[in-house]
Design a protein around this ligand. Structure first.
Ligand SMILES: [Zn+2]
Length: 435
């Protein structure tokens, strides 16, 4: 039996190539985009008869915009909307797994058909959620599973108090020295993570400041050697200038934050721009500086001022990266109390308002570049023949107003891997099944 097919007619196609939307039709067969037709109605005129034995559903898009599903480049499905790292870590695993499953569905409901894991709250949590999504047990985006943040003793992620140095109490996997790093990396590879994340720099909410770089070269070298041996993707929490340079030196692909990258770091990154993705996490900076009073960070406090300063510097750094052609992806560190999961599409607006991206460039950062960051650049993130059918049908024009993507009610249809997660609303009147 042939695969069933879905034909979207009368849609404005925002194809994720950078071209402005054009009217046309998109035919999906099985889990792939089979044909993209401009203007005409080649397949609808054929009545679906050209496709062999499979059933064809025709969706009249009534002028809505069909675009690639969104990708969050800095996704933590296990961040549990808490106000501290400790509160994320200390949720018991049973509740935590159910919670992360809910977050996976929420992301897909929000139009995100893929996401790059940027650390998990427990060693196997991302892996279990990824596997459950892939097997169809739970709905969710395509997900690259990360392990917990690997942290240095006393660095960001070491949240155990001095009188209780138990690994279970720490947010990250705490290591000191190359052999402990080797063990941590091998442990996570055993658990089948896709991504290994190192906390290279600090973070101002902790004892190690954002511009400090506590991880040693020999620890980083060990992690990268062991990770690469097994084909894993390396990622880093890297706010300081030095940590960004370390990412380039050691080939750490996914660079998170990079706020304080200096001229030398930018030069290094530009020279290696085909090998790196940067996701700044703007929503975290804005939220922590301005919206975290309820959780102990009042605007005007020392911490809020530090984050306000970092935000200003990060925006200038990202503008420079964008000018230099370095790939900057969306992903705002959603999942904290003041960066609620499901609001991730706000990043697109922030890229326009704060980083000087055109709306089209910001949309590409959320689609085409996300596909590349997923490691699926040849088949994900664009509406192109042969690409995977991850599509959203949007009531409105995201190029004219990127905010429409923040309104779930305007996401008329959500398709992942050729199957509808959300059936189009116009289906009641418009669909027909041709045997
Ligand atoms: Zn993060």
């Amino acid at each position: 039996m042939a695969d069933s097919a879905v034909l979207f007619t009368n849609v404005r196609i925002l194809d994720g190539s950078g071209e402005f939307p054009y009217t046309g039709e998109v035919l999906v067969q099985g889990n792939r985009i089979r044909q993209v037709t401009r203007g005409g109605s080649r397949f609808s005129a054929m009545g679906g008869g050209g496709l062999g034995n499979g059933a064809q559903t025709t969706i009249d898009g009534m002028g809505a915009t069909l675009m690639p599903g969104l990708c969050d480049g800095h996704l933590h499905l296990s961040w549990n909307t808490a106000g501290s790292l400790e509160a994320i870590q200390r949720m018991p695993p049973e509740e935590h797994t159910l919670f992360a499953a809910d977050m996976a569905k929420l992301m897909l409901d929000s139009g995100f058909t893929s996401g790059v894991g940027a650390a998990s709250a427990k060693p196997r949590l991302d892996v279990v959620i990824r596997n459950a999504i892939n097997s169809g047990q739970i709905p969710g985006p395509r997900y690259r599973a990360a392990g917990p943040e690997i942290a240095t003793l006393g660095g960001l992620g070491d949240t155990s108090p001095p009188h209780m140095e138990f690994p279970e109490l720490s947010f990250g996997m705490v290591v000191t020295g190359p052999e402990e790093m080797r063990r941590a990396v091998r442990q996570l590879i055993k658990y089948d993570v896709d991504i290994l994340k190192l906390n290279l720099s600090g973070e101002d909410i902790t004892a190690v400041r954002a511009e400090e770089t506590p991880m040693a070269d020999e620890e980083i070298a060990m992690a990268c050697t062991e990770g690469r041996r097994r084909g894993k993707t390396m990622a880093a929490h890297a706010r300081s200038a030095e940590s960004v340079k370390l990412c380039v030196r050691y080939g750490i692909r996914n660079i998170y934050h990079a706020s304080f990258a200096d001229e030398e770091a930018l030069d290094m990154l530009e020279a290696a721009k085909d090998r790196h993705f940067v996701a700044p996490g703007l929503a975290w900076l804005i939220g922590t500086a301005r919206n975290a009073a309820e959780w102990g960070i009042a605007p005007g406090s020392r911490l809020a001022i530090a984050y306000e300063r970092e935000l200003e510097i990060a925006c200038e750094t990202m503008r420079q990266m964008h000018r230099r052609g370095i790939t900057v992806c969306i992903g705002g560190d959603y999942g904290f109390a003041w960066t609620p999961m499901g609001t991730n599409a706000r990043d697109i607006e922030l890229f326009v308002d704060l980083l000087g991206f055109s709306p089209m460039e910001a949309l590409l950062a959320a689609t085409r570049d996300g596909g590349a960051m997923m490691g699926m650049g040849g088949e994900l993130g664009q509406i192109k023949e042969g690409y995977l059918a991850d599509l959203i049908l949007v009531d409105g024009d995201p190029v004219a107003n990127v905010r429409v993507l923040q309104d779930k009610s305007r996401l008329l249809a959500i398709m992942k891997d050729g199957r509808f997660h959300k059936e189009p609303r116009m289906a009641e009147q418009r669909r027909r099944l041709i045997a």
